[in-house]
Design a binder for this molecule. Structure first.
Ligand code: AMP
Ligand code: FE
Ligand code: FE
Ligand code: ZN
Length: 283
């Protein structure tokens, strides 16, 4: 049966191949429980959770969209770019992601060093053991360790006191520009989408990224208010951009797993699929 307007999808979900507490299997089981028709696996700087999710999905009638969320920097601001429908098995991309993840490992060691200078002892292994071996390690893992050790009373406090962008123990990631991320995603045959614009305060950047090949923006997101959703869907119309979005679920790392909580209708995915088909037709 073909999904119709009564069906819903979630096009922004993390696994424990980046900073969610949920394995690909657990993600897919929740998606099934919520009755979703499709899920895009969009881990930070990692695509290794896609195949395990697809394997589990074979047992269910849920489609898995291969994706990634690349962290970029523009004028000192953090900008997240999502790639949907990427040809994730390309060797050059695997190498690039490996380089980014190695940098993340070094950066995590530096952040742990800075915490030590501030009198807070964290073992590297405590942090690295929270993501899978090939996965990408990040600040949410460190925040979870700080919470479990009682150094902070909440994940938010870990960011506010220690590892938020302007705090003492923050260290930058490898620098990639939004333009580079968009070019990589296009080279993989994917659709580049600006993630959660409501959280990034970067509306002027949307216009600048259009000639670079930006094809969509997230309208649906757990942190977008109804007003922001309306605003960004109007902006998408104005600039002829595709719309996307989802829960940005990180499992227990951000409270409770809220996969499917943001209701993204199936026609959003259909429009994205048509755009992929049109791009391939151009080749
Ligand atoms: P990283 O890519 O290692 O710099 O970590 C960024 C990730 O940390 C984001 O994707 C979020 O999952 C998480 N994050 C950033 N700021 C906060 C915050 N204030 N509260 C909770 N999680 C956050
Ligand atoms: Fe994250
Ligand atoms: Fe993000
Ligand atoms: Zn995300």
């Amino acid at each position: 049966m073909k999904p119709d307007s009564k069906h819903f999808v979630d096009l922004h979900v993390h696994t424990n191949f980046s900073d969610s507490s949920l394995s690909p299997r657990e993600v897919m089981e929740i998606a099934q429980d919520k009755g979703l028709s499709a899920v895009a696996i969009t881990d930070h700087d990692c695509v290794d959770g896609i195949v395990p999710a697809q394997q589990v999905a074979q047992e269910m009638s849920i489609e898995v969209i291969p994706g990634v969320e690349l962290t970029t920097e523009s004028e000192d601001r953090e900008i997240h770019i999502i790639g949907l429908f990427i040809d994730y098995q390309k060797e050059w991309f695997a190498q690039k992601l490996e380089q980014i993840r190695q940098f993340r490992v070094q950066r995590m060691r530096e952040m742990i060093g800075r915490l030590k200078e501030n009198g807070i002892e964290v073992e590297e292994e405590e942090v690295f053991s929270l993501s899978t071996t090939s996965g990408s390690v990040g600040r949410l893992h460190l925040a979870r360790v700080l919470l479990s050790k009682g150094v902070v009373g909440s994940i938010k406090q870990a960011f506010d006191m220690y590892i938020g962008e302007n705090n003492c123990c923050y260290v930058k990631r490898m620098r990639i520009t939004p333009q580079e991320a968009i070019a990589m995603i296009k080279n993989l045959g994917g659709i580049p989408v600006l993630a959660h614009p409501g959280m990034q305060n970067c509306d002027e950047l949307i216009v600048r990224l259009l000639p670079e090949g930006l094809m969509g923006i997230e309208v649906f997101h757990i942190n977008h208010t109804p007003r922001e959703m309306h605003y960004y869907s109007e902006l998408a119309k104005k600039y002829n951009l595709l719309i996307s979005g989802g829960s940005d679920c990180h499992g227990e790392g951000k409270g409770v797993p809220f996969i499917g909580k943001v209701r993204v209708p199936y026609h959003v995915l259909e429009a994205l699929k048509q755009a992929v088909a049109a791009e391939h037709g151009k080749e």
